[in-house]
Write a protein of this length. Structure first.
Length: 189
């Protein structure tokens, strides 16, 4: 079997002694805006919630044609898919080193069908790929149901946590940082 693709933007992948995972994101597609910072935070959140250690994760967001080629090459499946994940870890002690490929075109298409944004779909695909790397499987009905419920739960928790933080920052901002209240003084003359 071929080795997984190496995106030229990423460089080598060695387990890092850092506590925070290294997450690199490369977007090689145009159909949707890529929330790079949120995807990075989401990867760290999922790892913490699952009790896993991420060393380095490279995330590539590609178009439909690229994903179709990768899907055929590595899984021998026809057509495109939403996510492919490749475990590149040398040893479990060093943490998970991986490459995850997300399809932007599929995210746009599925987002329209499900009534959500392509960005949310991309985040869901990232969680799905990470859960595969952490031992979840979706080849059986039971595994698929368990994995689907867990990925939705993690994404919902991540998004609600971010909302709470944003609201609390707005609510408890010191008076010196609050929005300026300008009063208009009439011009004389």
């Amino acid at each position: 079997m071929d080795s997984p693709p190496r995106w030229r933007y990423f460089g080598g992948m060695k387990a890092s002694p850092r506590k925070k995972p290294i997450v690199r994101i490369c977007a090689c597609q145009l159909p949707c805006r890529v929330p790079r910072k949120r995807l990075t935070q989401l990867a760290a959140f999922v790892a913490k919630a699952e009790g896993a250690r991420l060393a380095e994760v490279d995330v590539a967001i590609v178009d439909n044609a690229s994903m179709t080629g990768l899907n055929r090459r590595f899984l021998n499946h026809r057509g495109s898919t939403d996510v492919l994940s490749f475990d590149l870890s040398d040893s479990p002690a060093a943490g998970i080193s991986a490459e995850i490929v997300l399809c932007g075109d599929v995210a746009v298409r599925q987002g329209k069908l499900l009534g959500c944004s392509p960005q949310r779909e991309l985040m869901l695909y990232l969680v799905h790929g990470l859960l595969h790397l952490m031992g979840y499987e979706d080849s059986s009905i039971r595994g698929s149901v368990k994995m689907g419920a867990r990925q939705e739960e993690l994404l919902r928790e991540f998004l609600s946590q971010r909302r709470k933080r944003r609201i609390s920052r707005r609510r408890f901002r010191p008076a010196s940082q609050s929005s300026l209240h300008l009063t208009r003084t009439p011009r004389v003359g």
